[in-house]
Design a protein around this ligand. Structure first.
Ligand SMILES: Cc1ncc(COP(=O)(O)O)c(C=O)c1O
Length: 343
C-alpha cells in the first residue's frame, strides 16, 4: 500500500521503538516522569518559551489553549477551513462556550486588514471577540506556510486590540523548513503554540503546547479536566524526543516529493492545480475535469494499492511523509495517470 491519506499514518522508526523500550519512567501526574520532563523542557527551549505541556493529541492541545484564552460567550476568529472550526467536534463551543467567527483567506492565509474588520466592536449587545487563532501550515488550504510578516502583523494588530493569538502549528516544522527560518522565530509573537509530534515528525502519539509558565500551569489543570493527564507517559515522550530532535531535518524530502507529485498531476488532463502553490507536504487538487468524483477516484486508486482521500466531491488531498519515498510517489502518480487515461 502507498498511503498518502495523511502524514499521521507513519509507523514509529526502529530508533523510536528502541527508545520506547528503554525509556526512564515515573508518574507524570506527580510531575515525576523524567522523559516527559525532558521533552517538555526541550520543546520550550526550541520555541524560546518558559514552559510546555505534552498532550495526547493536537485537538486536545488546541482546545486547552482556547479554553485558557477565552470565556464563555466570546467569539474566536479563525480561517473558515481551520481545523479548530471543522474537525474538533465543536469543542470550542462544547468546552469553551465560544462561537467561531470564520473568515475566508486566500490559501488559508488571513491578513490583519481582514481580521481587524471582524473583531467585535466593544458594544454591550455584541458578543466580544476572545481570541484569534491561525493555522500554520494550513492543512485544508494545501499546506500553505504563513508569510512571517503577515502572521507578525496579525499578532501585533490583535495584541494592540487587547486580545491574544493562538497558533495551531500542527505542522509548524514543515512551515519552518519551507520558509528557511527557525520555529522560534516564526512563532515568537503568538501567545500560545500547539505543534504535533505525530504528523510529519513521525512519532506515534503526542503534541505539545508551548507558552508562558502561567499559561501552561492553567493548561495542566485543563488537560486533567479532559482526562488527558497520563501516568508513565514517558513511553510516548521517548519517541517524541526523537521526533523533535531528528525528524525536522528530513521534512524537505517530503516537500520535494509533494512538489514532484504536484508537477506530475498538473500534466494529467482534467486535473487542476498550481504546483507553484505546494510549499510543503500537502497537495490539494481538483479532479472535476476528469469526469470522476473523488469517491470514484479514491476507490479506483485503492484497487491499485494507492490510498488518498477526497475532501469534497471535486477535490482530492494527498500528504507525503517519511513512509513514502520518491519511488512510491512515482508509482502513485502512474496509477492516477493510468486511471485518468482509461476514463
Ligand atoms: C492543522 C491541524 N490541527 C490540529 C490537528 C489535530 O491533531 P490530532 O489529530 O492529533 O488531534 C490536525 C490533525 O490533522 C491538523 O491537521
Amino acid at each position: 500500500m502507498i498511503d498518502l491519506r495523511s502524514d499521521t499514518v507513519t509507523l514509529p522508526t526502529a530508533a523510536m521503538r528502541e527508545a520506547i523500550a528503554r525509556a526512564e519512567l515515573g508518574d507524570d501526574i506527580y510531575g515525576e516522569d523524567p522523559t516527559i520532563n525532558r521533552l517538555e523542557q526541550g520543546a520550550a527551549a526550541i520555541f524560546g518559551r518558559e514552559a510546555a505541556i505534552f498532550v495526547p493529541s493536537g485537538t486536545m492541545g488546541n482546545e486547552i489553549a482556547i479554553k485558557v484564552h477565552t470565556h464563555h460567550g466570546q467569539e474566536v476568529i479563525c480561517e473558515e477551513r481551520a481545523h479548530i472550526f471543522n474537525y474538533e467536534m465543536a469543542m470550542l463551543s462544547a468546552f469553551s462556550g465560544c462561537v467561531a467567527r470564520p473568515i475566508y483567506g486566500e490559501d488559508g492565509v488571513l491578513t490583519w486588514a481582514e481580521v481587524k474588520k471582524r473583531i467585535a466592536p466593544k458594544i454591550y449587545y455584541r458578543a466580544p471577540t476572545g481570541l484569534v487563532s491561525l493555522e500554520n501550515t494550513h492543512n485544508m488550504a494545501g499546506g500553505t506556510a504563513y508569510p512571517p510578516e503577515i502572521a507578525d502583523e496579525i499578532c501585533d494588530g490583535v495584541h494592540n486590540a487587547g486580545l491574544p493569538v493562538h497558533l495551531d502549528g500542527a505542522r509548524i516544522f514543515n512551515a519552518a523548513v519551507a520558509l528557511g527560518k527557525p520555529v522560534a522565530e516564526i512563532t515568537r509573537k503568538f501567545d500560545s503554540v500547539m505543534f504535533c509530534l505525530s504528523k510529519g515528525l513521525g512519532a506515534p502519539v503526542g503534541s505539545l503546547l508551548v507558552a508562558s509558565r502561567g499559561f501552561i500551569d492553567r493548561a495542566r489543570a485543563c488537560r486533567k479536566m479532559l482526562g488527558g493527564g497520563m501516568r508513565q507517559a514517558g513511553i510516548l515522550a521517548a519517541a517524541g524526543l526523537i521526533a523533535l530532535g531528528k525528524m525536522p531535518g528530513r521534512l524537505a524530502d517530503d516537500h520535494a516529493n509533494a512538489r514532484f507529485l504536484a508537477e506530475g498531476l498538473a500534466r494529467v488532463p482534467g486535473i487542476k492545480l498550481d504546483p507553484g502553490r505546494v510549499p510543503t507536504n500537502i497537495v490539494v487538487f481538483d479532479i472535476s475535469g476528469t469526469g470522476m468524483t473523488t469517491a470514484e477516484l479514491t476507490r479506483r486508486l485503492a484497487e491499485r494499492n494507492v490510498l488518498m482521500n477526497g475532501i469534497n466531491p471535486e477535490q482530492m488531498r494527498l500528504v507525503t511523509h517519511m513512509d513514502v519515498d520518491r519511488a512510491a510517489c512515482a508509482r502513485a502518480l502512474a496509477a492516477i495517470q493510468e486511471i485518468c487515461k482509461s476514463g
